[in-house]
Design a protein around this ligand. Structure first.
Ligand SMILES: O=C(O)CCC(=O)C(=O)O
Length: 196
């Protein structure tokens, strides 16, 4: 399917972040949502707190050294290859897939992705959300950097259903990101390249 070339220049985002609307069709979204409805999701702890979103890992889990995840299912392979082609990497190099299920009011807190992964690609299904960025500050330095004030987002991007993004370079390493509580059920399918 030809991928529309819209939008890259409309988005005010950190360097290395790329966004495309209509990355998949309505029919593809429905097919993926049907498959995801049969996926077994688990809860997930982020910094010791059980997250409100649920997750399903394939290929690798999020934690280095954790138990192996099931292989990537066939229904994700064409999507992995499409997003890998946009990122100009080999499909097989995207060895990890994570499907996030956000029920209404579920967020993902501020974080920078795990260091064992390189490029992060995400495809959004069913409803829109915001994706916020702020410069990354190491945990011990955060209070000192702001004098204790709460650090706010420097960039906010709306992720539409059926859109895709790539997080590379500074958007991946010099910023952290966060999805505020969503208004309606949303799935994101994320793929990551493996480092080393
Ligand atoms: O739902 C999204 O698009 C963001 C997901 C995310 O931040 C993550 O999987 O680490």
């Amino acid at each position: 399917m030809p991928i529309p070339a819209r939008s890259l220049f409309d988005v005010d985002a950190p360097n290395g972040f790329r966004y495309r609307d209509d990355f998949i069709t309505v029919e593809e979204e429905a097919m993926l949502a049907g498959e995801i409805a049969r996926v077994e999701f688990s809860t997930f702890e982020m910094r010791g707190v059980v997250a409100r979103r649920r997750v399903a890992f394939f290929g690798r889990t999020y934690d280095r050294g954790a138990a192996a995840a099931p292989p990537m299912p066939d229904f994700l392979l064409w999507l992995r290859d499409r997003v890998a082609s946009w990122a100009e990497v080999d499909g097989a190099s995207m060895g990890m897939a994570l499907i996030n299920e956000y029920r209404p009011a579920a967020p993902v807190g501020w974080h920078r992705d795990a260091p064992q992964y390189g490029i992060v690609a995400g495809i959004s299904l069913l409803s829109s959300c915001q994706l916020k960025f702020r410069p990354y500050v190491a945990p011990g330095d955060a209070a000192q950097a702001t004098g204790g004030a709460r650090r706010t987002a420097t960039h906010t991007i709306v992720l539409e259903p059926r859109s895709a993004y790539l997080m590379t370079a500074e958007s991946r390493s010099a910023y952290e990101h966060h999805v505020p509580p969503v208004a309606a059920l949303r799935y994101s399918i994320t793929f990551r390249t493996l480092r080393g």
